[in-house]
Design a protein around this ligand. Structure first.
Ligand code: BGC
Length: 279
């Protein structure tokens, strides 16, 4: 069948996540969509969270069901505590439990510091950072209640935080976004330390420039794309599947000993490309 994930290729390990239940936030577009489809392709049942755009979420559900696994769409704003609590408890009712939480939902509200409104600041922190806190907390409660089920996974659960290269690269004109991702780095590391004794693995994936709606203006004209490529030593803009493949592997027992790490998936964007010459 026609799929938008993995360029239609077969995965290396077809059923890497067989029998596992995953929830992906912000899964109706961009990186979240590719990740939800990627997890379904390798055998997970998937909850497709979205906040707006039900039709797009339902399409992702249908694509995932095409792999012979279960999926449904769930509308919830990750920055709202009651909605996250309801989303995870419904998942436990529908699927029995949760094994993988991908805290992906995120947004940008760009402005120069002196123009940035408190609403722009709060919105980005609420969704990108508080949303990840709430999703991690609710998932961790269920992981701890259930514990390890060896036939399913060596760990009691996995939390994967979607971060960004901007967890370490300062970004003028985006102080809300960069601060939220810097916060995600420490959220991830602290939760990893706190939850590892419960056999819960917390890690982050930090994408660079990936071709999605969030950064359309950075790649939609040839001039913009040329500018962007100057920041990417590997000289290609990433695809959502570049991220989905890493998340699927990180969620699996292949990477069971990876705890508290950020995996940068950025074509070398974090290598200070401006120093390739000079310095
Ligand atoms: C941002 C994109 C940006 C990329 C690289 C991402 O986290 O959401 O807008 O293109 O980082 O700068």
């Amino acid at each position: 069948m026609e799929t938008s994930g993995n360029n239609g290729r077969q995965p290396l390990a077809p059923l890497l996540l067989k029998g596992q239940k995953a929830l992906v936030t912000g899964a109706n577009s961009g990186i979240g969509k590719a990740t939800a489809i990627g997890l379904g392709r390798v055998g997970a049942d998937v909850v497709v969270n979205y906040v707006a755009g039900r039709e797009a979420a339902e399409e992702v559900v249908r694509e995932i069901e095409g792999f012979g696994v279960r999926a449904y769409a769930h509308e919830a704003d990750v920055s709202q505590e009651d909605q996250v609590v309801d989303m995870v408890s419904r998942m436990v009712e529908e699927f029995g439990t949760i094994d993988v939480m991908v805290a992906n939902a995120g947004l940008q509200r760009d402005a120069a510091l002196t123009d940035m409104t408190i609403d722009q600041w709060r919105k980005v922190l609420d969704v990108n950072l508080t949303g990840q806190f709430l999703c991690a907390r609710e998932a961790a409660k269920e992981f701890m209640r259930r514990g390890v089920v060896p036939e399913v996974s060596r760990s009691a659960g996995k939390i994967i935080c979607m971060s960004s290269v901007h967890q370490i690269i300062p970004w003028a004109g985006h102080v809300n976004y960069a601060s939220s991702k810097g916060g995600v780095q420490m959220l991830m590391a602290t939760l990893a330390q706190e939850l590892a004794p419960h056999r819960i693995r917390v890690n982050a994936v930090a994408p660079g420039a990936i071709r999605t709606p969030i950064n359309r203006s950075a790649w939609e004209t040839p001039e913009a794309e040329a500018d962007l490529l100057r920041l990417i030593p590997y000289h290609r803009v990433g695809d959502p599947d570049d991220i989905a493949n890493v998340v699927a592997t990180l969620a699996s027992d292949l990477l069971d000993y990876v705890v508290g790490t950020t995996i940068y998936v950025d074509g070398g964007m974090t290598l200070f490309p401006g120093f390739a010459t000079g310095g």
